[in-house]
Each structure stands twice: as structure tokens, then as C-alpha cells.
Design a protein around this ligand. Structure first.
Ligand code: CS2
Length: 455
């Protein structure tokens, strides 16, 4: 039986939406409708729809049609399978109402974003979607940005798309939406505002001023480990529920969302669904990016080099498990939160990494290293060094990346440059200022990293 609203009524072992989907109307447009969004923000929104049904989600796939093709015959429904050593709990999420594909024509995407009912545009477009240069400014040489500056009414980049939608809303006299970044970047709201405002200023300075004055870009820290879905997942979930889902999503029990409470256009009651609203997200973002993601990147590269397929496999390698713990301790040393809280966080993270049922692939985390390393490992290295604290475990992670680049073909927006540099040797990779910034010139840094290159 294929998953459809009708079939759902006959399924077993499954939790169903606690509201009537017929009454749900869209209030959010989400850019980058991938597995992460479906296991995270869409679940929190699902919790809110019984009380406030006017916050349904219209999802946007930026390029590929495969998510739309999977979800459209299911009326947007999909299975969330939460897995740990004790088993799998299945739940059907109903908050995604439809999916549109930007690559097939930007018209429907802009129509959704300019609909006055849309009060939040949220994003999971990954680090590279922000089109930043090494200093965090809009990369004007970025091909998608250059194309959008030439034909701004048909945008293909994320900054171009947000600016065009905001321009159209302003022209129509409609209030703006709130722009909610859910990507793994420090101060992600401010990072996004910066590229959006720079793009807007290149188009029209008055528009840039209006965006500065009227549009809120709250920051948020998102956390849930979400592996890519496999054929084995599809089969296991069909066997459990009796429903064939074209694209279920598997995740861990842990889930966290810390959000800066700045939503002038309103928001669903996400606090009731467990979201933490705070005035400053930065301490949480730094903690998560350095302790979780920094350890993740380290174990991904070292794990790949030793032939470990999954995060749990790496945690079963005593030497690497110790390195992971050291990365967490050394990055915790750079953070301002109480150290006992941070050590409890580290213990919990290591338990999450050991989840035997998740099959989180090291190859998945190894992607896009050039975009990830600066905030995950390089910033804490610079700070630890300046404070005279240890940073050798963090340097081992960077060294792991250098070795990985020599032996694997990286999936990375800088793949060509990385391949060329890696062919010349690790020193040439360390010369890439777009990744390393001023650390490229720091003798202590180069020496510390090169001394830790794995065999
Ligand atoms: C991972 C993250 O792929 C990666 O780079 O480090 O996706 C990680 O699983 C999430 O940030 C966890 O919240």
C-alpha cells in the first residue's frame, strides 16, 4: 500500500497528524526542502498545526525535482522514523503541503514568497547556498550571483531570490516576511542578512534601506542528526507500517532548536512544541558548531582514511573515539558557557554518535569541507592558540582533511581548486586563503597542522 492520506487511515504502528489537514493553510515557505528540514523544522511546525492551522509549509527544492516527485503523489505526507538501539518509532508528518522546484521555473516560487499569507521564509540551503566569499561578504564573482545581478527578476541564487521576493512585496505594499536561517553557520541570521543586503544594495539602494529597516533575520541553532535515506530504510519502514513511502526520513531521538525571538510578522507557537526562544543564540551556535560539528568533521576525515563507513564505526575505534572526546574538550575551552554544562553536553554528544541504529555515513559529513572547517575547527584553533590553550586535537582534524583531499575526490564547491592544491601537497592547500584566511600566514598554525598529518 503506497502512502496516501487515505492509506494512512489503514496503517499500523504509526502516529498520525493530530489535526485535520483539510484546514491547514500555508504560512511558511521553506527553501531547501531536504531530509534535515523534514526531520527538524517541519516536525516542530507539525506540532503547532492543531492550535494554529495557518502555518503550513510550502517547500522549495532549489534544483532537483526528486523530492517533489516523491512527495506529490503522497500529498506531501512522509514518514519520520526515529531510531535508537531500542527500535524505531514511526510518525507521519503532515506540515508540508506542497513542493515546488525552483529549477523548473522561478514563477511559482516567487508567487509563494510574495503571497501575503507567507509570513516566514525559512532556509536550509547549506553553507554554500549563502554565496559568501572567504570574508563572509557576498561573492560577486560567484556565477549564480553574477547571473542574478544581470537578470534580477529571474533569480537563481539564494540572496537573489530573497531580494527579488522582498522587492515584489514592497512594490505591492505588502509587509515583508521574516527570514529564518536554519543552516550551520555562526550568527546565521546576521550572515544571511549581510549577503542579502549587499545584493540588494547592488540592485537598488532604497530597497536595501527598506530591507535594513523592515526585515528581521533572526538567528537560530538547529540540531538533529539526519542521515541520507537508504533503500534498506524504505524497506524497514514499509515492513513496520504497511505503507510504502517513496522518501521517508530517518533520525535520532534528540532534537533541539534555539531561536532568537524576532518575528515581527508573527510565528507559530513553537515554544509549545519545545523550541527554546532566547535573546542571543550565539553561545548555543558556537557550542554546537564547535563541539558537535567540529567533532563530526574530524571523525569524518579520519574515519574515511581508516575505512570506517559510519560515525558509530568511528566511535568503536578507541583511538579515534579518544580524539573525538579531545576535540570536544578543546573546543569547549574556547566557549563561554559553564564548563560543567559543556562537559555534560560532550557526554551526551558521544552517546548520540554511538547510536548503533542510525548508520550516519562519514562520507556524508565529509562533503563541503571548505565551507565547514572555518567555523567548526579554524575559529576555535585561532582562539585556543591566542588564549594559550591546547588545540592539537583540532589541528588533527584539519590535518585529516588535508590527507583526505589527497586520497579522495572531494564533493565541494571548491573541488577543482582543492584537487589542484592537494596534488601539490598539504602546504599548497594551507595556502588557500578562501578557506584558511589569516591562518594561511601563521607559522605556528601550519607547523601544528603539518606535524599531525595522519600516515
Ligand atoms: C554534519 C551535520 O553533515 C554534517 O556536516 O556535521 O549535518 C550534523 O549532523 C548536524 O548539524 C547535526 O545537528
Amino acid at each position: 500500500m503506497k502512502l496516501t492520506p487515505d492509506a494512512l487511515t489503514r496503517a499500523r504502528n504509526i502516529q498520525r497528524p493530530a489535526y485535520d489537514r483539510a484546514h491547514v493553510t500555508p504560512g511558511i515557505v521553506h527553501l531547501g526542502l531536504g531530509n534535515f528540514h523534514r526531520a527538524h523544522q517541519a516536525v516542530y511546525v507539525d506540532e503547532c498545526l492543531a492550535a494554529t492551522p495557518d502555518w503550513g509549509i510550502r517547500g522549495v527544492s532549489l534544483r532537483r525535482p526528486d523530492m517533489r516527485d516523491a512527495l506529490a503523489p503522497q500529498s506531501g505526507l512522509y514518514t519520520l522514523a526515529v531510531r535508537d538501539g531500542a527500535g524505531t518509532a514511526a510518525r507521519v508528518i503532515g506540515s508540508v503541503l506542497e513542493v515546488v522546484v525552483a529549477g523548473e521555473g522561478i514563477g511559482p516560487v516567487l508567487a509563494a514568497m510574495t503571497d501575503p499569507a507567507t509570513r516566514i521564509v525559512s532556509l536550509t540551503v547549506t553553507e554554500k547556498g549563502y554565496c559568501r566569499d572567504g570574508a563572509g561578504d557576498l561573492g560577486q564573482a560567484h556565477p549564480a550571483v553574477a547571473a542574478d545581478l544581470a537578470t534580477p527578476e529571474r533569480p537563481g541564487s539564494v540572496p537573489g531570490l530573497l531580494v527579488e521576493a522582498l522587492r515584489a512585496r514592497r512594490a505591492a505594499g505588502a509587509p515583508p516576511f521574516t527570514v529564518l536561517s536554519c543552516d550551520n553557520l555562526p550568527e546565521n541570521g546576521a550572515a544571511l542578512a549581510r549577503v542579502v543586503l549587499q545584493f540588494a544594495a547592488l540592485r537598488d539602494t532604497e530597497l536595501a534601506e527598506w530591507i535594513t529597516a523592515e526585515v528581521a533575520f533572526p538567528s537560530s541553532m538547529v540540531d538533529r542528526i539526519v542521515p541520507a535515506t537508504t533503500e534498506a530504510d524504505r524497506a524497514e519502514i514499509a515492513a513496520l507500517t504497511g505503507l510504502e513511502d517513496a522518501w521517508p526520513v530517518v533520525t535520532e531521538p534528540f532534537c533541539q532548536w534555539v531561536v532568537e525571538d524576532r518575528f515581527p510578522a508573527g510565528r507559530p507557537d513553537l515554544a509549545a512544541a519545545g523550541v527554546q526562544f532566547v535573546s542571543d543564540v550565539a553561545p548555543y551556535e558556537h557550542m554546537k558548531l564547535r563541539m558537535l560539528n567540529g567533532a563530526h568533521s574530524t571523525l569524518a576525515y579520519l574515519g574515511q582514511l581508516r575505512g570506517h563507513e559510519t560515525v558509530a564505526d568511528v566511535m568503536g575505534d578507541a583511538e579515534l573515539a579518544e580524539l573525538v572526546a579531545d576535540v570536544m574538550t578543546q573546543s569547549a575551552g574556547t566557549l563561554s558557557l559553564p564548563q560543567d554544562e559543556l562537559s555534560a553536553y560532550a557526554t551526551r554528544l558521544q552517546d548520540r554518535f554511538r547510536n548503533p541504529a542510525l548508520h550516519h555515513m562519514t562520507a556524508q559529513i565529509a562533503m563541503d569541507g571548505s565551507q565547514k572547517l572555518p567555523q567548526r575547527l579554524l575559529a576555535p584553533i585561532a582562539e585556543a592558540h591566542a588564549a594559550g590553550r591546547p588545540w592539537d586535537a583540532l589541528a588533527t582534524g584539519v590535518a585529516g582533511w588535508l590527507r583526505y583531499l589527497e586520497r579522495f575526490a572531494p564533493e565541494d564547491p571548491m573541488a577543482d581548486e582543492l584537487r589542484l592544491a592537494a596534488a601539490k601537497g598539504p602546504d599548497a592547500v594551507l595556502d588557500l586563503r578562501a578557506v584558511f584566511g589569516d591562518l594561511s600566514d601563521a607559522h605556528w598554525f601550519r607547523e601544528g597542522v603539518l606535524a599531525r598529518l595522519p600516515a
